[in-house]
Design a binder for this molecule. Structure first.
Ligand SMILES: NC(=O)c1ccc[n+]([C@@H]2O[C@H](COP(=O)([O-])OP(=O)(O)OC[C@H]3O[C@@H](n4cnc5c(N)ncnc54)[C@H](O)[C@@H]3O)[C@@H](O)[C@H]2O)c1
Ligand SMILES: O=c1ccn([C@@H]2O[C@H](COP(=O)(O)OP(=O)(O)O[C@H]3O[C@H](CO)[C@@H](O)[C@H](O)[C@H]3O)[C@@H](O)[C@H]2O)c(=O)[nH]1
Length: 444
């Protein structure tokens, strides 16, 4: 099938590459000319495991290309996926201006008489597809046959290719037999449950899924605070809860809280959607509030190990909002850095993939920080190491050697990457999240 994608960001690029991989012909329109040039040369614009190889293979196979102009692709494609941004407005609601502009452009450029399905993959509030249908009918000049469908995306950054190729489910919010048939044919190569529904239901599924996952995280973070008070171990609490099939083990890792381009913005938007209808969505307010307190809690842990912060040097291991991505949107590291800078702290920072993005996105803050390539270089002369991103290779750091180059042997492990006993045996003062095992040492 000939398919178009609007927006070559994290979702658009992965969608296009993966749909090309299963045999479709993809044309991607992206406003950023630099991205288009790089992508057509087979250069991946995001760090995502396995993506570069698939990008290059599919360009070579002639199934994938990128352009700056909608006119280059619009009338060849039966389905056009919208993968543009839906960032938060100041009041927390979703800004749909990129979606609106893209739909108006598609309508303006579409040939008359030709059926076209616009598929909204961006995360949008309930009612968006219906609103877009009104825009289409009020802007269509003649006999364009343009339909809107909703197909929310559930991929996670870092494992996006795998998530796209082997999804847990596919949600198809459609309003006609023609739209349903087209999407079923398009997704035929994917063997997973497919839920065919209306667009309102599809839109609610996406926000509800993200809000539920974020609720699990804030719940375990709340419990982890209690564990610290009563000398219990949150990792074992999560394990003990997770074996219950009704709860499940995923998304129960306590830490510095959730970040990224999705959970914070989608929770705010879902809260806004509920409140706008006069409903009690206070549960989500609490989920957000627990999450917002996490960086300050980590700051307190640093203080508990090194004393007053003024004039101290703190080493940040990790700037990405989680491992295996170069994305720093809503990164907890930026929130902690802003708090520590108020205390006149020197921050030395490193990340294997995300330093450049961090410097670009948090320019004024980043200018007051020092960046290094390796963890070892970053830790030199520091008073405390803070593990902020759960990069696997941080597990292999030789902390025995590092002790000799740090100013003080102290580690705050905001991701519970290490076992406290090991670091304490090496002579470190150590604080994880949700475990004050010092009190239990010698018992187990
Ligand atoms: N990032 C994720 O993991 C993820 C997962 C699922 C859903 N989503 C949702 O998908 C949407 C996109 O997210 P993202 O992370 O890919 O965003 P992004 O900012 O990485 O990418 C959006 C891209 O669209 C381009 N763009 C904007 N308007 C355009 C237009 N009119 N024509 C062509 N290109 C245009 C931008 O230049 C940018 O490259 C959001 O609604 C997000 O909530 C994101
Ligand atoms: O047990 C956990 C799991 C995650 N996190 C944090 O939660 C955030 C989000 O993690 P994750 O969900 O893995 O990353 P995203 O790539 O943001 O993916 C989420 O957001 C996407 C955009 O909507 C959805 O498509 C995905 O299904 C949804 O998992 C990160 O800061 C993680 O460090 C925790 O603190 N504890």
């Amino acid at each position: 099938m000939n398919i178009g994608v609007v927006g070559a960001g994290y979702v658009g690029l992965v969608t296009a590459v993966c749909l090309a991989e299963v045999g479709h012909n993809l044309k991607v329109v992206e406003v950023n000319a630099e991205k288009v040039e790089k992508l057509n040369n087979g250069e991946c614009t995001i760090y995502e495991a396995g993506l570069t190889e698939l990008l290059q293979n599919n360009i070579q196979a002639g199934r994938l290309n990128f352009t700056n102009h909608l006119t280059d692709m619009i009338n060849d494609c039966e389905a056009i996926f919208l993968c543009v941004g839906t960032p938060p407005k100041e009041d927390g609601s979703a800004d749909l201006s990129q979606i609106e502009a893209a739909v108006k452009e598609i309508v303006a450029q579409s040939n008359e008489g030709q059926y076209k399905l616009i598929v909204v993959k961006s995360t949008v509030p309930v009612g968006t597809a219906d609103w877009l249908k009104e825009i289409v009918s009020s802007h269509a000049t003649g006999r364009q046959v343009i339909e809107i469908a909703s197909n929310p995306e559930f991929l996670r950054e870092g494992v996006a290719v795998n998530d796209f190729m082997e999804p847990d489910r596919i949600i198809l919010g459609v309003s006609s037999i023609e739209g349903k048939r087209l999407l079923e044919k398009l997704y035929e190569p994917f063997a997973c449950p497919k839920i065919i529904t209306d667009s309102n239901t599809a839109e609610v599924i996406k926000y509800a899924a993200n809000s539920f996952l974020a609720t699990k995280i804030s719940f375990i973070n709340m419990v982890s605070d209690l564990c610290e008070e009563v000398a219990a171990d949150v990792s074992q609490v999560a394990e003990g809860m997770g074996y219950d099939k009704r709860i499940g083990p995923e998304f129960l890792k306590a830490g510095i809280g959730f970040g990224g381009s999705c959970f914070p913005k989608d929770l705010s938007a879902f809260l806004h959607v509920g409140q706008a209808r006069g409903l009690n969505f206070g549960l989500l307010e609490q989920v957000i509030s627990v999450n917002e307190e996490r960086p300050a809690r980590i700051q307190k842990k640093i203080e508990s190990l090194v004393g007053p912060l003024k004039g101290k040097t703190i080493a940040f291991l990790g700037l990405a909002f989680k491992a295996n991505t170069d994305d720093v949107r809503e990164s907890p590291s930026a929130k902690l850095a802003a708090l520590l800078k108020k205390e006149d702290v020197t921050i030395r920072a490193t990340d294997p993939m995300a330093s450049a993005n961090f410097k670009a996105m948090y320019a004024p803050l980043a200018q007051s920080m020092d960046f290094f390539e390796s963890a070892e270089e970053t830790l030199k002369g520091s008073d405390c190491a803070v593990i902020l991103t759960d990069w696997e290779h941080y597990k292999a750091i030789d902390w025995n050697k590092i002790k000799t180059i740090m100013n003080r042997a102290a580690v705050v492990d905001a991701r519970n990457l290490y076992t406290e006993q090991n670091l304490r045996q090496l002579g470190y003062s150590y604080a994880g999240v949700g475990k004050e095992l010092e009190k239990l040492e010698g018992v187990f």
